[in-house]
Ligand binder design. Structure first.
Ligand code: IPE
Ligand code: IPE
Ligand code: MG
Length: 250
């Protein structure tokens, strides 16, 4: 049972950076629909403004020295929305990918994805893969976008991978440890999650990074995502810096 001792305690500061600055920040970008409704606009207008908030946030994260920014852009459950809204969201992803890729590459941002984005169809999937390949060598910041992502699905998939290894006789069941399971999650190569922010006033995780958030600091903001800006990001980092992390110690 020795692996139950939280390795994050040392890993979190192992990057050599300031422990008051989170290495890995994740955001549940919620509230686009409500923002649009408040303004009497269609939901797609909220998503469009939400994409502008992504630009601002990315810039603020680079300036703050954050290593990895994970953004929840589309959940496994968001297929429950109208066909029109899903089509709008796919269109916006394609548009912004096209528009921003050059600049992301220039700024040294490494773009990668978690979830099952192939479900968005071969056209978008191919563009996403090309964008990831194009920026793979960059190291200013890793922008990890969760597309058709569900944490429960990710964990079920991890269980399947390890079950297959057991079936093939590569490992025994007792070799399925916290480290081994964490190692087959889609976030395996990323720094441990330090800070998780959700906008829109909802206080829930909505199937996002359930495993990874074990010792993350959680910040819930009343702001709607399209209103999120550098100041709000800095505010959340300030809140994080004041938190006392214990990882089960004293
Ligand atoms: C978040 O905003 C964006 C996505 C989930 C794609 P919402 O669309 O959930 O906005 P609200 O929660 O309805 O206001
Ligand atoms: C979570 O927001 C998913 C994203 C931000 C992409 P939702 O709006 O889908 O979450 P619920 O339905 O309010 O829990
Ligand atoms: Mg929502």
């Amino acid at each position: 049972m020795s692996e139950a001792v939280a390795p994050e305690t040392t890993e979190t500061v192992a990057g050599g950076g300031d422990p008051a600055v989170p290495r890995h920040v994740a955001i549940i970008m919620d509230g686009n629909g409500r923002w649009a409704k408040k303004k009497g606009l269609p939901r797609v207008a909220g998503h469009r403004e939400g994409a502008e908030a992504v630009r601002r946030t990315l810039k603020a994260a680079v300036e703050a020295g954050v290593e990895c920014l994970t953004l929840y852009a589309f959940s496994s459950e968001n297929w429950r929305r109208s066909e029109e809204e899903v089509t709008d969201l796919k269109g916006l992803m394609r548009f912004y990918l096209e528009r921003e890729l050059e600049e992301l590459a220039r700024e040294g941002v490494r773009l990668r994805f978690i979830g099952e984005p192939s479900a968005f169809g071969p056209d978008l999937w191919e563009r996403l893969q090309l964008a990831a390949a194009r920026t793979a060598g960059n190291d200013t910041l890793t922008l990890n976008v969760a597309l058709n992502y569900g944490s429960q699905q990710e964990l079920a998939r991890a269980a399947q991978i390890l079950a297959q290894e057991v079936a093939e006789g590569l490992i025994t069941p007792d070799e399925i440890t916290v480290e081994r399971l964490g190692g087959v999650l889609q976030t395996a190569e990323l720094p441990p999650l330090d800070l998780l922010i959700r906008t829109s006033g909802e206080v829930r995780l909505s199937n996002f990074l359930l495993w990874q958030a074990a010792y993350a600091e959680l910040v819930f903001l009343d702001l709607l995502w399209p209103d999120f800006d550098a100041q709000a990001f800095k505010g959340a980092l300030g809140t994080f810096a004041k938190r006392q992390r214990r990882f089960g110690g004293r």
